[in-house]
Design a protein around this ligand. Structure first.
Ligand code: DX5
Ligand code: ZN
Length: 219
């Protein structure tokens, strides 16, 4: 599967978002971190920002929902133009996660599930046949610029094995502390989709930063 680089706009300058997007034209996806101050301690952006992004760019919008009971917002984010919504398995009862996946499917957009570092790989099994992506967090969700958790490589390997067995078309995304030094290890462990915030928007030359990440995962 082709490797994809997904810069996280969390590390961009929100006052200059349109110009910031121009600087990452060579990326594959745009990653949008939605936080509610409940599921994670931080608050970020929501539906209106996705709507504005949709008017400004044709890029695939990969929306990472770090919010409690995400089912409540599936329709609004789909209408706003998200291409993929990712739900944290810890954010609701299994029936709520299942309903969110089903609703995203009915609305014609892609859907994924995300795992906090504490959550075991096997937790994805009940959903695997019905999703397009599994996101393994390689930091505790909530903030950009944190250090990569190398012990999450075991989870990446375990999810890779489950995907290969049950749903080979499913993408395996990693998010948190991904930079030119850490991306090779997660690629080798089986990830194919790489979120990077500070390693892209924290750099002066974004095209060069994206090229460095690609070089390290043979994308
Ligand atoms: C953290 C977010 C990440 C964050 C990554 O909760 O999910 O997407 O933006 O930032 P870096 O790449 O700087 O760790
Ligand atoms: Zn994210």
């Amino acid at each position: 599967m082709t490797s994809l680089i997904a810069p996280s706009i969390l590390s961009a300058d929100f006052c200059r978002l349109a110009q910031e997007l121009e600087t990452v034209q060579t990326a594959d996806w745009l990653h949008v971190d939605v936080m509610d101050g409940q599921f994670v301690p931080n608050l970020t952006v929501g539906v209106p920002v996705v709507e504005s992004l949709r008017k400004t760019t044709d890029k695939f919008l990969d929306v990472h929902l770090m919010i409690e009971k995400p089912l409540r917002y599936v329709e609004a984010f789909a209408k706003a133009g998200a291409d993929l919504l990712t739900f944290h398995l810890e954010a609701d009862h299994p029936s709520g996660i299942r309903a969110a996946i089903d609703l995203a499917g009915r609305l014609g957009i892609q859907k994924g599930v995300a795992l906090r570092p504490i959550t075991k790989a096997e937790a994805v099994l009940p959903y695997l046949a019905d999703i397009d992506l599994v996101l393994v967090m390689t930091v505790e969700p909530g903030f950009g610029g944190q250090a990569f958790m190398a012990d999450q490589l075991d989870t990446v390997r375990a999810v890779r094995a489950l995907i290969d067995k049950h749903d080979p078309a499913c993408r395996l995304e990693v998010d948190g502390g991904i930079d030119p030094a850490t991306i090779g290890g997660v690629y080798a462990a089986g990830a194919d989709t790489f979120v990077a915030g500070s390693a892209v928007f924290g750099q002066g030359d974004r095209a060069a930063a994206i090229a460095r990440l690609r070089g390290a995962c043979h994308g």
